[in-house]
Design a protein around this ligand. Structure first.
Ligand code: SF4
Ligand code: SF4
Length: 280
């Protein structure tokens, strides 16, 4: 992730990597590709790394030893085995607490030295990579994400969901008959809360198929770990108007009633959101 870039410094107009004291993203560093991605477990892991890193000598040997220590205690089984999880993800603890890179020159104790060259991807990739969502989604949609997310955990989960976000905003814009704009969403208002509710479907989606990797999303464009079509356990379960959303939530349905219930869950978000945005 690129903590030191501002929107102006970045190539892309909407910057989503580090947003505020408790909002940031580490998804491209493999944040969620862990055996237990529960928010409390993830936070405890990141805080422990930060404590350990504070004592690590800032030398190649010291940083390598830190990595070995981390990997000796943390489970190395991963939902997506070929998606690298970086042991140098930790917590930035200043006016808030958010996920961030321990090797970054601005991280505590690094005194301006950039140690990211020691990472798996190498310093150049760490400094310059931007995920497909940031590179390809319209700025107005990314701005909604930016204005709506109030915590790093859910922020990083939804940012990379390019197809899910596309399906969501296309549906919404069809319903309201116009593009969304910046003034439609702001922190704490009802529209932002409804967007957050949509994002949070990833956390507790009851129709997630057996064998799904869970919340972790592989978004690199190399054809690996593509999401399956929606599962239908028996014949005759209809295709839904929300098929893309259901696919991106990694769904499987065992009855038509399941589809009805899943659609209803989405309508409890889309209907009030549409009403508010249409009525101003
Ligand atoms: S996944 Fe995207 S938004 Fe998140 S840190 Fe990486 S480039 Fe930034
Ligand atoms: S070293 Fe690179 S991959 Fe690891 S946390 Fe830092 S930016 Fe991410």
């Amino acid at each position: 992730m690129k903590e030191n870039l501002t929107p102006d410094a970045a190539t892309h107009t909407v910057y989503l990597c580090q947003l505020g004291p408790i909002v940031s993203c580490g998804a491209c560093c493999g944040l969620y590709n862990v055996a237990d991605p529960d928010p409390r477990a993830l936070e405890a892991m990141l805080r422990r790394r930060t404590r350990w890193f504070a004592d690590a000598p800032r030398t190649v040997a010291g940083i390598d030893a830190f990595k070995a220590r981390v990997e000796s205690i943390e489970p190395q089984t991963r939902p997506l085995p070929d998606f690298h999880h970086c042991p140098y993800l930790g917590m930035i603890e200043d006016t808030g607490r958010r996920v961030g890179c321990l090797l970054h020159p601005l991280a505590t104790g690094n005194h301006g030295l950039d140690w990211r060259g020691l990472s798996y991807y190498g310093g150049m990739a760490c400094r310059t990579y931007f995920c497909p969502s940031v590179r390809h989604l319209p700025a107005r949609w990314l701005t909604v994400v930016r204005q709506s997310m109030d915590h790093w955990y859910l922020h990083g989960l939804i940012v990379t969901e390019r197809k899910l976000l596309t399906a969501f905003f296309e549906e919404l814009e069809n319903r309201i008959g116009r593009p969304v704009n910046e003034s439609d969403f702001s922190e704490g208002n009802v529209t932002s809360l409804l967007f957050s509710t949509f994002a949070a479907l990833k956390l507790n989606w009851p129709f997630r198929r057996n064998g799904s990797p869970g919340v972790c999303n592989y978004f690199f464009e190399d054809g690996q770990y593509l999401r399956s079509a929606v599962g239908r356990i028996v014949d005759g379960i209809p295709i839904s108007p929300f098929e893309t959303i259901f696919q991106e939530l990694d769904s499987s349905f065992s009855s038509t009633g399941d589809v009805d219930e899943a659609e209803e869950r989405l309508e409890t978000i889309f209907k009030p959101l549409t009403r508010v945005l249409k009525n101003g």
